[in-house]
Design a protein around this ligand. Sequence first.
Ligand SMILES: *Cc1c(COP(=O)(O)O)cnc(C)c1O
Ligand SMILES: [Zn+2]
Length: 417
Amino acid sequence: MGDYSLECLYCGSVYNDDYQLACDRNHEPAFLRTRYSTKQLKHLNVSGMFKFCEWLPCNKILNLGGLPATYKSETLGRELGLKNLYVSFSGYWPEKNAYMETCSFKELEAPPTIARASEIKNEILVVASAGNTGRAFGQFLSKTGYPGYIVVPESGLEMMWLLEEPAENVKLIAVKGDYSDAISISNKIASFKGFIKEGGAKNVARRDGMGTVMLEFVATTKRIPDSYFQVIGSGTGAIATWEAVLRLIEDSRFGYKKPELHLSQNHPFKPIYTSWKQGSRKLVKIDESTARKQIEENFAKVLTNRNPPYSIIGGVYDALKDTNGEMYSVTNEEAIAAKKLFKEIEEIDILPAASVCFASLIQAMEKGNVEKEDLILLNITGGGFERLKEDYSVKYMQPDIIVDKNTNLGEILELGS
Ligand SMILES: *Cc1c(COP(=O)(O)O)cnc(C)c1O
Ligand SMILES: [Zn+2]
């Protein structure tokens, strides 16, 4: 277990893991990717995501981190006219054996990231989040006792609930501004001694953690799907899925054809959609005030990353190209209608972001982008919060400090850990 190295997708340099987020050499931006010595999918007899630890970049097996429920939906399939529609549900849904208590697939990123950081660096982890990532890290930093600072825009505070009181080792910093402002403050904090940047999509632990959605699907069906549907903000989950597929193809037991990635964004803030539709590898520029206005209007606020890893080598553009993928734009009205329909059919609530994804599947049907017999994986990236509240009373994390871009960051450091 844990036998892996990191390889630069541009120059091929290979590294032992020292918690790098990028290649040392000076060249255009490119991801590092894990190369595992284990070439066949294995799952250990442990519960949760660490059953796939052979393909996670850490040595510890944490008894943490649920897995999504993966099931064939006859009901949704019938409604849409699809014969082989599978749902991966990341959230709380005890009736389907789904116990992801932070109610989103960000719960797959936090445990391996914390394990990797604690094994290699043991410094305070700084995580920027629009909300769902912050909640997942809040929960798992609390459970593991590993120190971390979580930086969220004020709009994300309503997403910062936990089942238990947060532990002392977790500090919450609220930023006046949007998600991208939170990212920029978190970068400043992480540059101080004793802190490490969690790194977002560049962190292989985050990507490989999210890759377990596809691993669990293939462990269930024994086949790589024809099409994969996901809503994206940064696209980290989609890149992770593509990378998991490349490993599964090397495995050779589950098929050789890559699934088409059908990725969606919420109108009006949809820089990846627009760039892809223009055939551009460069991300289109949206001026800042327009972007802020658009973000304000979006139903799914977690999707509002202004600097997603789209152009970088190994990023969203490459994932779409390599899989013959497609992008969708979904309006708030479509998303809200899809949320309602999903609830009626499946009898579970889904998060706004996930409803954008379900709406994109409806669009794909209308456009004839999928065939009736296709094996389709619909990634419902978050849900079951209403269901969770029937069983638990949640507690909201209070910010330790509220900052803006003029705040002296010394004040933040005084929070300690
Ligand atoms: C973060 C998030 C997404 C988008 O994930 P990417 O990292 O952009 O792939 C989708 N749905 C939910 C519920 C999320 O929290
Ligand atoms: Zn390199």
